[in-house]
Design a binder for this molecule. Structure first.
Ligand code: SRM
Ligand code: SF4
Length: 577
């Protein structure tokens, strides 16, 4: 019996290539929202309808409509923008959004709090900066990430170039974006192959994410992504080709073990000139084989589990018209950013700044992060690079300009002393804007890190790098299942604690304890920190220690994520089938 297509599939089909009734809905003044169907379609245009959840109880009591506003996400392949673009985004944040710029875990910016009547003006202002939001969300290939610091070596330049080429090649072709937001001329109809030669009328079964990495840095968290390219260098430092990875993903649902995070498989090796064709083939196989009946089973990771890597690879090879080579050896050493100044191979300098949870704003009586970066953009003649750890690099600073930048950084509190734990901490947005949040994340992690810093210092571990990430729900937007300490919202003030993910991002964690509140989290970690300080071997990472000392089992692959959970020291390897 064939299963029924999911509601979103019918919606995409009927949307006339993502137009829906968006244009009409924008003129509807009785509500700050848009129809339910248009809420799904508007994602493909890079935005979400949200409401301020802090205000919900009061507005419900007063029988008022929710405080609707839009989140807008930009598409910036490789995360690079010019100072002029920065200034325009800063202006939009202050004039049309909530006065903050949010750097995301996928190398781009988000605006929050844009009300419907400002939406078109905002989109035109983004267009005027030669930027766009098309395909930043939705069932398409989204913003393509690339290892940062492309000016440091030819490999980084090649990574960046590939990210752009893949992004361009897989961009939806529908004219709906220009029609709805930029008053472009309406182009009616058209054959499927003409309008969307790669996607067709119904696009992909689900979101699709691509990254390009240059070892040894895995700051783009390649194993969390649907499709990845790992640079393999020849003796001269030139890219000889790419190892291709497929089938990573984080999202799952509490209490539904058939949903799970999964680390990507290395599928093979391809020549530089074949990389874009490989990307297209992976996307079209997922387009044709992905599950369009159940959105919780529609990501590429489930397609791979259902069909097997060998069958998937054979189909990709068939569509590319040549076989993959054997994957080449590679080694990643961490997923973090390197803070401070570094000199590039062109003699220019790059400064990586730590931005706590990616939120740029002026804090009353505190650092003026938004203003500081605006002042820098006013004088900087290099560019800005966003990292997949929600940080920013002031890139390509000429040696003679370094002092001026440094002064502005200091004046606006853009560097602060942070411990190794804080430098390796990341939280998703969660409350009050995210409609799916079950618990706080961005607004809570800084305090939790503060409490843990005290415990680490007590055990002499203040300088130890340990990766900690938090999300307000199990969707995994800050990639918590690839953090040595992962905290995932279960309900207000309650979190599941995951441990044991590899420092280099290659192995998933496992559930250690459920439903912990603040004191429970601190107590559980405090005793593990004590044991780590006492018993660790030379150079042993926290997660590696927990596994060696049998405090948590190692997760072998996605389906194994839900097995052997809990503290092994007390519950002794009870296999859950
Ligand atoms: Fe995410 C949905 C924020 C990176 C997995 N994500 C959402 C939404 C749009 C909530 C919604 O659907 O209503 C969140 C908006 C919150 C807000 O108020 O801004 C949201 N995701 C984010 C960001 C902003 C988190 C951050 O703090 O930086 C990241 C934006 C990235 C970008 O620029 O494109 C973000 N999301 C991720 C990542 C990390 C990554 O891709 O490397 C993941 C895990 C990887 C993956 O995709 O598997 C991720 N987000 C999800 C999921 C679960 C997908 C799944 O397969 O189950 C959802 C919910 C969904 O799709 O149904 C989701
Ligand atoms: Fe929202 Fe959940 Fe993503 Fe956090 S992980 S931003 S709570 S969807």
């Amino acid at each position: 019996m064939t299963k029924e297509l999911s509601r979103n599939e019918r919606l995409k089909e009927a949307s006339a290539y993502l137009r829906g009734t968006l244009a009409e809905g924008l003129t509807e003044v009785v509500t700050g929202g848009i129809t339910e169907d248009d809420q799904q379609l508007v994602k493909f245009h890079g935005m979400y309808l949200q409401d301020d959840r802090d205000l919900r109880p009061e507005r419900t009591k007063k029988k008022l409509e929710k405080a609707f506003a839009f989140m807008i996400r930009l598409r910036i392949p490789g995360g690079v923008c010019t100072p002029a673009q920065w200034l325009q985004l800063d202006r939009i944040a202050r004039e049309y959004a909530n006065g903050t710029l949010r750097l995301t875990t996928r190398q781009t910016f988000q605006f929050h709090g844009v009300i419907k009547s400002n939406l078109k003006t905002t989109m035109k202002a983004i267009d005027a900066a030669l930027l766009d939001t098309l395909a930043a969300c939705g069932d398409v290939n989204r913003n393509v990430l690339a290892s940062t610091n492309p000016h440091q070596s030819r490999a980084h330049r090649a990574a960046h170039d590939l990210a752009h080429r893949i992004s361009d090649h897989l961009l939806p072709r529908t004219p709906a974006y220009r029609e709805v937001w930029l008053d472009g001329e309406k182009i009616i109809g058209g054959e499927e192959e003409v309008v969307e030669p790669i996607y067709g009328r119904t696009y992909l079964p689900r979101k699709f994410k691509t990254v390009v990495a240059v070892p040894p840095s895995n700051e783009v968290d390649i194993f969390a992504q649907d499709l990845g390219f790992i640079a393999i260098l020849d003796d001269t430092g030139e890219v000889a080709g790419w190892n291709v990875t497929v089938g990573g993903g984080m999202g799952m649902t509490h209490g539904e073990p058939e949903t799970y995070p999964r680390t990507a498989d290395v599928m093979g090796f391809c020549a530089p000139e074949d990389a874009v064709a490989v990307a297209e083939a992976v996307v079209t196989v997922q387009r044709d084989w992905g599950d369009r009946t159940n959105r919780k089973h529609a990501r590429l990771k489930y397609t791979l589990e259902d069909y097997g890597l060998a069958a998937f690879r054979a189909e990709v090879e068939h569509r590319v018209g040549k076989p993959f080579g054997e994957p080449h050896p590679f080694r990643f050493d961490s997923t973090g950013d390197r803070y401070g100044w570094v000199e590039g191979d062109n003699g220019n300098h790059h400064l990586t700044l730590f931005i706590e949870n990616g939120r740029l704003r002026d804090i009353p009586n505190g650092p003026a992060l938004l203003t500081g970066l605006r002042r820098i953009a006013e004088v900087h003649d290099g560019e800005f690079r966003l990292t997949a750890n929600q940080n920013v690099i002031i890139a390509n600073v000429k040696p003679e300009n370094r002092d001026a930048i440094e002064r502005l950084v200091a004046e606006h509190g853009l560097t602060r002393h942070a411990t190794a734990l804080r430098h390796n901490a990341m939280a998703c947005v969660a409350l009050p804007t995210c409609g799916l949040a079950l618990a706080e994340s961005e607004r809570y992690l800084p305090d939790l890190v503060g409490a843990l810093e005290e415990r680490l210092a007590k055990h002499g571990l203040a300088e130890d790098e340990i990766v900690i990430r938090m999300t307000g729900c199990p969707n995994g937007c800050a990639r918590p299942y690839l953090a040595e300490i992962g905290l995932v919202g279960k309900g207000p003030g309650r979190y599941n604690l995951y441990l044991g993910a590899a420092f280099d991002g290659s192995r998933l964690s496992k559930l250690y304890a459920e439903d912990l509140q603040h004191d429970g989290i601190v107590a559980a970690l405090d005793s593990l920190f004590a044991a780590y300080a006492r018993e660790r071997e030379d150079g042993e990472r926290f997660s590696a220690f927990l596994i060696r000392s049998q405090r948590i089992a190692a997760t072998a692959n996605g389906p194994d994520f839900h097995r052997n959970t809990g503290p092994l020291a007390t519950s002794a390897l009870e296999a859950v089938p």
